[in-house]
Design a protein. Structure first.
Length: 286
């Protein structure tokens, strides 16, 4: 297991981030991540799109049942790395990798890995909500049905539990058999979260889940992330640094396919070790 450094450079809080949620500047940071359970671990990870190298030697340990945010400018590799955890990059022609990505110590790129089982363990919510053109009930029940569940009573239980965990049950319980496409954008995104939760994943990946939503819907998604953190390991890609500061326990800063810095969110945003990190979070570039 690779221990991650939590950075403590003696610098003043950059003026550009003093307005961020005060919660990130209070209290003591975790001093040793080896004391925490590690859920996902990348070691020496390189990823190529044909001849183009998109990720360079990524070494990163993601703690279990915490929220880890990936930040960095567009094209820096954060979404690409996110998709290595459930091998969604395999769907892109010409992609190949070196190094390892392990979940609970098992390499997800091992030749004998069952991709269906992997993607059951590692759910994903995309930037744009993508409900199926089916009823609300059938959207949530889709995954369990694919995995062979036919018991109607159990399906109903899973649908209610998943919609409750995604904070949508009270809003839709009387119209479960109406089209999911009739929901608002924020509701559709919470439905997609419920659909991901329905197969009982261990890890939940979120690729800019609130970027297309209005502020009220964004707040609901952020509150939901806070509630889900006790049950799941959550990894979120976001361009919104205030959002990363609000919702995450840990933050990783990527630039040009490399991991520049990783640590407790409150430390990274207030006392970054790397000058490049400070330049990004204070708006000097990116």
């Amino acid at each position: 297991m690779v221990a991650q450094k939590l950075y403590t450079m003696d610098t003043e809080v950059p003026a550009a981030i003093r307005g961020m949620d005060s919660a990130i500047v209070e209290g003591e940071a975790e001093v040793d991540s080896t004391a925490r359970e590690i859920k996902v671990e990348a070691q020496g990870l390189d990823l190529f799109y044909g001849d183009f190298q998109a990720l360079h030697g990524i070494n990163l340990s993601i703690p279990a049942r915490e929220v880890t945010a990936f930040i960095g400018p567009s094209g820096c590799g954060k979404s690409t790395f996110l998709r290595t955890m459930n091998r969604m990059n395999d769907l892109i022609e010409g992609v190949w990798v070196r190094g390892t990505v392990k979940i609970d110590g098992e390499d997800v790129y091992s030749p004998d890995v069952d991709l269906i089982a992997l993607r059951k363990r590692v759910g994903m919510v995309f930037q744009k909500s993508n409900p199926f053109p089916k009823s609300i009930f059938e959207n949530v029940a889709f995954g369990p049905r694919i995995h062979g569940l036919r018991d109607q009573a159990k399906l109903e239980e899973i649908v209610e539990r998943s919609l409750t965990r995604s904070d949508l049950w009270k809003e839709v319980k009387d119209r479960l058999h109406k089209s999911a496409l009739d929901l608002s954008g924020g509701q559709q995104q919470r439905l997609c979260i419920a659909r991901a939760l329905a197969v009982d994943p261990e890890v939940l990946l979120m690729d800019e889940p609130a970027s297309a939503l209005d502020p009220r819907s964004t707040a609901k998604i952020e509150d939901l992330i806070g509630e889900l953190r006790t049950h799941y390991t959550i990894v979120i890609v976001t361009h919104n640094m205030q959002q990363a500061a609000r919702v995450s326990d840990n933050t990783a800063f990527f630039f040009e396919g490399r991991l520049v810095e990783f640590g407790a969110t409150k430390e990274l945003f207030t006392k970054p070790k790397q000058r490049q990190t400070e330049d990004y979070i204070t708006g000097r570039f990116g």
